[in-house]
Design a protein around this ligand. Sequence first.
Ligand code: G
Ligand code: G
Ligand code: MN
Ligand code: NA
Length: 249
Amino acid sequence: RMVEDDLRHAIDNDQLTLHYQPQVSVDGSTIVGVEALVRWQHPAHGMIPPSDFIAIAEERGLIVPLSEWVLRRACTEARRWKGIRLAVNVSPIQFRHKDFVANVIRTIAETDFDPAQLELELTEGVLIEDADAAEAAMMDIRAHGVGLALDDFGTGYSSLIYLRRFAFDKIKIDRTFLEYMESTGESAILVHSMAHLGRALGLRVCAEGVETAEQHRFLQAIGCHELQGFLFSKAVPATEIDRLLGLDN
Ligand code: G
Ligand code: G
Ligand code: MN
Ligand code: NA
């Protein structure tokens, strides 16, 4: 109850903030997008990571207002970053809400954001429950020009079937595959296969969690399109993205 009241208060009183993690071209030279990642600056407990409150928001019926706050803030801030994509995470419960697509489209319109610059990151959990409804919502979103990425790719149960059935533009290879890549060799084979599969299906391939130059070289060699990870940048405040893009304000 207390956490719930606290979180509701945070949503209504701007205690939430967004950080943005750059997504770079595969040679590492150019920022091609940013992923919005929410943080909670709690007056008593300090910075609370999303892993600690997204699940609570989902359980307590707060994920819709929380997500609307995130999308509105992200579109408002990212509007000045011309020519780069804005990626926003979507929770399964948010996605299944009957007004999900309408809410997204309304927020884009109200913030005057270019739908072609927006990409929603869905996880497999989004698709599991009612595949027909999910398919319809995805078609609707894409018809409005918004892109769709399959997040955490490779970690679910039926990722391959989903690629055939659902209209994604991109896969994001989960960072757990990179974590142990150097040590085993098997992970490298899996990452290579996922990149090949994505490309063969005409999808953009993004690798997440890139931390070392060695991983970078490998991911470039196997034909990933985009990279994201601490080697390039952690998630940073909007003003830092301004600086990275050479905007002064
Ligand atoms: O930024 P960090 O590594 O702490 O993020 C942890 C998790 O929280 C990631 O899985 C990320 O997808 C999720 N997350 C971050 N921001 C949002 C958000 O705005 N909405 C949803 N649904 N998940 C988010
Ligand atoms: O599940 P999702 O992909 O949305 O989660 C993004 C999360 O991954 C964020 O919490 C972000 O902080 C984290 N992250 C981004 N880059 C790296 C990285 O290079 N290494 C590690 N360990 N985590 C990362
Ligand atoms: Mn993500
Ligand atoms: Na991910």
